[in-house]
Design a protein around this ligand. Sequence first.
Ligand code: HEM
Length: 483
Amino acid sequence: MTQGPLTTEAGAPVADNQNSETAGIGGPVLLQDQHLLEKLAHFNRERIPERVVHARGAGAYGTFTVTGDVTPYTRAAFLSEIGKETEVFLRFSTVAGNLGAADAVRDPRGFALKFYTEEGNYDLVGNNTPVFFIRDAIKFPDFIHTQKRDPYTGSQEADNVWDFWSLSPESTHQVTWLFGDRGIPASYRHMDGFGSHTFQWNNEAGEVFWVKYHFKTDQGIRNLTQAEANKLAGEDPDSHQRDLRQAIERGEYPTWTVGVQIMPAADAATYRFNPFDLTKVWPHADYPVIEFGRLELNRNPENIFAEVEQSIFSPAHFVPGIGPSPDKMLQGRLFGYGDAHRYRVGINADHLPVNRPHATEARTHSRDGYLYDGRHKGAKNYEPNSFGGPHQTDRPLWQPVAVTGLTGDHPTPVHAEDNDFVQAGNLYRLMSEDEKGRLIDNLAGSLSQVSRDDIVDRAVNNFRQADGDFGKRLEAAVQALRG
Ligand code: HEM
């Protein structure tokens, strides 16, 4: 069935889409060929800046359903009733690779989830790992520079990666995780997700709880070995993206069981680990994971550029009953994402269909800017006004947090059992003998590419401090490879 004539952007019919207009037969091309000029100019502007991290990803829509009562802990409306459903959009990603990079690589996976709630969009911008490499946002650009392309060689360099990690001993826990079996998920469906940071929940009475989110895959965990991943990355660079799309097309909707660890506010000051340190987990024996939801992905985007590339997620997008914690990483992220969106997609990025609220409407006095669509029509654009405009509620989304002392460049406070190695050691000792062997092989394979002995020694020493056996075996494995 024909859709009618091809047109220019202005809607005029195009007579010839094969031959540009020339001055005579075989002559030079004419400037008056508006269709040619427009086509070439639009083509030149097809790309927007890729995400500075997490550039490579895939997304899908779905449904979040409440399965457990969390109303004693949060007044968030979308969590108010068992059985309540909220539409979601989830974008998975790798971290270091560029837009066209292969999916099957050793790298954390992003797990960015947008809940389209009736009180506005709530974004949980997490990873498939419960912890992270660093604990202060001020180190993030340096860290990412070591993961991305070297300014001179133009490639990712083992020297840079291991120089930074070895000089940042707080990374030992996450690096142990990354080089273990879960470091290369077989697909986006076969991995867990985590909010990673600690967030605030507050209930109707104004009581505060500190929480950590967990998304447990119902497909089961499946991973690739380094050798399997190397092969797959070459044969099918889009493996994760394709797997997700095709599973949804087949009606095999991936699901996750959603849980939360809940810490009463009064526990935080004396908990054995600083609960706002992103390099640490809360052992489940201290705070069990309480199930409260089910996440299902059931609809593919129709247009990858419009819905995945232009999607924006911000850790600063909270709804009433949910807020930030004093985690210094999270605090930095509250700024970083909105700023990235304004640069990458533009000041009206939140007007796009994938980004705007779906279960309510945004009512702001912000106006204009590039690609403003006039949605507010003639409404007044200031407040207070006497024309029935939107007004403030006087009720903050989250509860205040007590602070003490002087301003300053204070390091993250250390609690009774905190050090940079304790949880890395615990993770190592939890592994089976086989898992330990693969971890050592993976680490040695990467470390042995480092050109300088002092960097290798410093890195091995961090793992030795986590566990003596860990360090000893790694040192021997690296030596064997380096000769
Ligand atoms: C202070 C540390 C961090 C900073 C400054 C930072 C900054 C950024 C920026 C600028 C982007 C690109 C956003 C865009 O262009 O739309 C991004 C993407 C992302 N970040 Fe972070 N990040 C930090 C730490 C983390 C941590 C700890 C996690 C997970 C626990 C995380 C998860 C993600 C995810 C999942 C995305 C992709 C979002 C999407 O799919 O659009 N980041 N980050």
